[in-house]
Design a protein around this ligand. Sequence first.
Ligand code: TYM
Length: 385
Amino acid sequence: MSKKSNKSIEEKSADMVVTPWEVSGIIDYKKLVKKFGTTLLDKKEIETIQKYSKGELHLLLRRGLFFSHRDFDWILKMLEKGEKFVLYTGRGPSGHTHLGHLVPWIFTKWLQDVFDVELYFQMTDDEKFLFNQNLSFSDTRNFAFENAKDVLAVGFDPKKTHFIFDSHLTPAMYRIAAEVAKRVTFSTAKAVFGFSNDSNIGMIFYPSIQAMPCFLPSVLKGKNVPILIPAAIDQDPYWRITRDVAPKLGYYKPAAIHCKFFPGLAEGGKMSASQPDTCIFTTDTPKQAKKKIMSAYTGGRATLEEQKELGGEPDKCIVYWYEFYLFESDDEKLKQMRTDCLAGKLLCGFCKKNLAEKVHHFIGEHQERRNKISKEMIEKMIIKE
Ligand code: TYM
């Protein structure tokens, strides 16, 4: 579990760092949107989505985990004009998949179903090899196949889903990456990603590889295709440079829809594989997952008497946030849980046990689907030419 810091909330939020490689401090999402120059999702976009989803809204959207965007309104306008978009998202295969990674994928699958669109999913086995001194190419390639099983276990339509494995770059893919790289200076890359003299030169080229799938569908289909990228907001720096380059190459700028970070089990901080104790991995046994939930931070009072007298603090409680974003879709039940907690009628042990059962079930079902996915099935979905 993470060590407690003595800093105040204001100090921690002033220290906020969000890059594709580091997320730290207390994240003030309103400030972050300003800093990154993105736009908060508003009612108008949500209402347009509802037109396509027959009124249903995914919990992750309804409860605001997906909260910000770039040009999502344009994607919806193009759709109204009859121009369909393509989804693009990805994974840097440096280890096992955790619940935080699943969050954008679960939402992406919902978008695929609602809009009946194709998905390009990038596995950046080169990225994790280049950025992590302890991983070999065969490690990252193996993780890429393991992680791809999780992707497919989320339920994407195999006929409409294509994998890009960076270690299988096709000539068309390499050519796009080179076209991008030629138009991004080292000075821009340094400013956006913080590269220094210690960065290896593979790292410096890499952003053009992550930009490439934004243009690949247009190249493969021989016409300009709008792209929508669902991902957590840490990936946004890539889209900033890609959007700058797009008009120079004659393509549409990719649009993005961003989520906040799904929290880890400890107090503060996102779920991150760099703190494995705070993660629920899809490879944990359902029993292990259940045990981990029983250790989650709830911010409960020091004694039973105090909890009953002062009530709990749901806004600090990880168990509450897991229910809020992922596990309790019934608004009335959630509201009751919050009211009872504040009134001191709910004890943390009870809430943990309740959530642990749900997570046990969730992981069990995910693994059942995952176990049915073979390497051959994934191979067939990798773009090879
Ligand atoms: P990676 O492997 O770090 O993360 C995969 C996806 O999971 C999101 N994510 C989270 N979302 C919510 N809560 C969390 N705690 C959490 N932790 C991670 C990430 O934002 C990402 O969407 N460079 C990328 C790989 C990549 C990619 C892409 C990602 C290539 N192309 C296009 C998104 C879209 C990476 O290392 O992701």
